[in-house]
Ligand binder design. Structure first.
Ligand code: AMP
Ligand code: GLY
Length: 417
């Protein structure tokens, strides 16, 4: 099987690592890729946001399966274009990807399907914003309705800051959602689906805030770990039965079947499980900890989802142990990351590349806000965490920032549901 991965982050590097260890994969390419993926997958230039260009590359490279990593190409219709070219694709149609690209669309689907989520106010203008905030009360949750790379949400007890964020989104021409605040720990649960059958993966948790102790602004994710030692027994089955399957069924009923990776961001609140958000693709950086624990060959699994044959797929097998990933970010991330700095010590085992490129002299340089995702697997969470941080210590990037507390609360038993 010739597999083409689309994207250029550490998620795509993790996908390439897992795919390259599947004996069914005879050739692997990653487009546009980064300095890390180029070591294990053929590199090809492509504008990932241009569906026609993605389909043309898949055709000229004679791909059997295309795996689309990021949301932007999916929302633009990359999976539709690839399928129209007669090539199998792991990833939802543009229509179905609205589960991620429009929070109000996702809310409609959830309300029809009876899926538990936060109450919300759809805000069309400045006057409604303040009314909605006062009805919701603090802590205020103010969201950009559209795609914002994990940076469109402000959660704050400061009413002025909540108003200011709402105005920023409205002034930029966006729509705003004010939401009921959800307490309790968050879980990222991925499910592979062919539009009918749903196979959940291991639950993971990511660290969204930039700084230790969950301080600082929201980011795309500063680290992750899996599995979750504190998760209640039966969590995955409950989420499958009350969230994942009803959502997939409702999408099929609407004639917009969702196939690919359905990512449910869940909050385990004092009043039960609630959906915080859906994403239409593998999470980044959660993928970097979920895939190293998956024993089942990945290409066959994604191919089964792409071809509508998941019902006949054997149950997933998982390694014992745990995985931790720590994101090494550029100075200035997330607001104004500095790029172009040399990166060394980034070729060891488990060092997944996110925003990197190789210059004409062969030097690896930072090329994005999140530069590396340094990952390790261990017998338990404490061991995986220790190895991951040992690997981080070997990285050299001027002004680099990383959190020192990824998975720490879980190791210390401080997370309770
Ligand atoms: P989202 O982009 O919707 O995933 O939101 C990003 C992050 O903001 C989430 O992972 C949560 O940490 C936080 N967040 C979003 N919605 C809520 C909510 N209703 N209550 C509390 N925190 C939230
Ligand atoms: N880690 C959050 C996301 O992938 O959206």
């Amino acid at each position: 099987m010739r597999v083409l991965v689309v994207g250029s982050g550490a998620r795509e590097h993790a996908l390439c690592v897992a795919l390259s260890s599947d004996p069914a994969v005879t050739a692997l390419a990653c487009a546009p890729g980064n300095a890390g993926t180029a070591r294990i997958a053929q590199a090809a230039a492509v504008d990932a946001a241009d569906p026609a260009a993605v389909a043309a590359l898949a055709t000229s490279w004679a791909a059997d399966l295309v795996v689309v990593g990021p949301e932007v190409p999916l929302v633009a219709g990359a999976a539709d274009a690839v399928r129209d070219a007669g090539i199998g694709c792991f990833g939802p149609s543009a229509q179905a990807a609205q589960l991620e690209s429009s929070k109000s669309f996702a809310k409609h689907v959830m309300s029809t399907a009876g899926v538990p989520t936060a109450g919300y106010w759809a805000v069309g203008g400045a006057a409604e914003l303040e009314t909605a905030l006062d009805e919701a009360g603090p802590p205020y949750v103010v969201k950009d309705d559209g795609l914002a790379a994990g940076k469109g949400v402000v959660v704050t007890t400061d009413r002025d800051a909540a108003v200011a964020h709402g105005h920023r989104v409205l002034d930029a021409g966006g729509a705003v959602l004010v939401e009921e605040f959800l307490d309790g720990p968050e879980v990222s649960l991925f499910a592979v689906t062919d539009g009918t059958t749903v196979l959940p993966l291991l639950p993971a948790q990511d660290a969204k805030r930039r700084d230790d102790g969950d301080a600082g602004p929201n980011t795309g994710g500063m680290g992750a770990y899996a599995p979750l030692p504190w998760a209640p027994a039966g969590l995955v089955e409950e989420a499958r039965a009350t969230v994942l399957q009803p959502t997939v069924d409702e999408m099929a009923r609407r004639g917009e079947p969702f196939s690919g990776l359905l990512y449910a961001g869940l909050a385990l609140t004092s009043r039960g499980l609630r959906v915080v958000e859906f994403n239409a693709r593998f999470g980044d950086p959660e993928t970097q900890v979920v895939l190293p624990l998956l024993e089942t060959p990945l290409a066959g699994l994604l191919q089964a989802a792409a071809t509508g044959t998941l019902a006949g797929h054997p149950p997933l097998r998982w390694l014992d142990g745990a995985a931790v990933t720590v994101v090494v970010a550029a100075p200035g991330y997330p607001e104004r990351p500095r790029t172009g700095d040399p990166v060394t010590g980034a070729d060891g085992e488990g060092v997944l590349h996110a925003g990197t490129t190789v210059d004409a002299e062969g030097t690896v340089r930072s090329a994005g806000g999140r530069v590396l995702a340094v990952t390790a697997v261990g017998a338990d969470l404490a061991a995986a965490r220790q190895s991951a941080y040992e690997r981080v210590a070997a990285v050299r990037l001027a002004g680099a920032h990383w959190r020192t507390d990824i998975a720490l609360a879980a190791v210390e038993g401080r997370i309770t549901v």
